[in-house]
Design a protein around this ligand. Structure first.
Ligand SMILES: [Zn+2]
Length: 265
C-alpha cells in the first residue's frame, strides 16, 4: 500500500514496518534526528531500497555550503513537508474563521552523505534526550503517584501524569501517559492504566507513541509495546492513516521536546 499520487509509502505503512522491526526506529533516529519522525522513516526506507548507506542528509545547496557536492546522476531522497494552505477568503466570510488547512507535499530535495563528495564531514553526535526538559517544554507536570490500587501503573489527567514507583517499565508508561495528554485523550476523562487490558483506539495510539519513543531512545519496553500493538492491529485491523499521522506527530513532539536545542526540517 502506498499513496496513490506519489508512490511514497503512507504513514500507516511506515508505522507498520517500524512496529514490525523497531530496530529501524533507533537507527533512523540516530541518523536523521533533526528531521521529523515520519521523514526519518521515509529517508531510511529509501536508503534501504536503493542500497544507500544512511547518513547525514541535506539539500543540494546545503551540501554546497558544507563544502561537498552531490555526485552527478544521484537521485534525490523524497521527504514530506506539511504546508499550510490559505484559501482565498470569501469577502463575505467572517473574519474570525481562519480559512487554512494543512496539506502534505512530497518533495525530492535531499541527499545523504553517501551521494556526495568533497570536504571531510565532522561527526555529528546524537544529542541527549532529557525527560524533565521534555515535560517542561510540553507543559506537562509529573506528580507523585498516589493511587492505592496496586494494578494501576500510570495515570494521566488534564496536563498531569503520574507513574507508579513499582512500575517495571517506567519510561514506557511515562511516554504512554504523555501521549494521552498530547493526543487530547485526557480532555475526554482521566486515563488510568494497568496491564493494558482495555483495547480501544486511544490505548493503541498511546502505546504506539510509547513504542516509537522507547525504540528511538533505546529504552526498555519496546517488545512489550509491540506485542500489545500487534495483537490489536493485525492484518484484519490495519492502522488507520489518520491514527498513524497522529502517532508519528506525537512521538516526534516528545522526542524533539527533550532535546537541548530546537531541531526542525
Ligand atoms: Zn493508557
Amino acid at each position: 500500500m502506498s499513496s496513490r499520487l506519489t508512490g511514497t509509502p503512507t504513514f500507516a505503512d511506515l508505522l507498520a514496518s517500524a512496529v514490525t522491526d523497531p530496530g529501524v526506529i533507533s537507527a533512523a533516529y540516530h541518523q536523521f534526528h533533526s528531521y521529523s519522525l515520519g521523514n526519518q522513516l521515509l529517508a531510511w526506507s529509501q536508503c534501504l531500497a536503493r542500497g544507500l548507506q544512511p547518513g547525514p542528509m541535506a539539500t543540494y545547496p546545503r551540501w554546497k555550503e558544507l563544502g561537498r557536492y552531490v555526485r552527478k546522476g544521484e537521485k534525490a531522497i523524497t521527504l514530506c513537508q506539511p504546508v499550510t494552505v490559505t484559501r482565498t477568503r470569501n469577502p463575505i466570510a467572517r473574519v474570525d474563521e481562519p480559512d487554512v488547512c494543512t496539506r502534505f507535499i512530497y518533495r525530492p530535495h535531499w541527499f545523504v552523505l553517501a551521494q556526495t563528495e568533497g570536504a571531510e564531514m565532522p561527526a555529528m553526535p546524537t544529542p541527549g534526550w532529557d525527560a524533565a526538559r521534555a515535560l517542561a517544554t510540553l507543559d506537562v507536570r509529573e506528580v507523585p503517584f498516589e493511587e492505592l490500587d496496586g494494578n494501576v501503573l500510570g495515570l494521566a489527567s488534564g496536563r498531569t501524569i503520574a507513574v507508579s514507583p513499582v512500575n517495571p517499565l517506567p519510561h514506557k508508561t511515562r511516554f504512554h501517559e504523555l501521549a494521552h495528554v498530547l493526543l487530547g485523550h485526557t480532555s475526554a476523562g482521566d486515563q488510568t492504566d494497568g496491564d493494558l487490558t482495555s483495547r480501544d483506539l486511544r490505548e493503541c495510539e498511546a502505546e504506539a507513541v510509547a513504542l516509537l519513543c522507547c525504540a528511538a531512545l533505546e529504552l526498555p519496553g519496546v517488545e512489550y509495546a509491540r506485542g500489545y500493538i500487534q495483537s490489536w492491529w493485525g492484518r484484519a485491523n490495519p492502522i488507520p492513516e489518520r491514527s498513524a499521522q497522529r502517532i508519528l506527530k506525537c512521538a516526534d513532539q516528545i522526542l524533539k521536546a527533550g532535546l537541548p536545542a530546537i531541531h526542525g526540517d
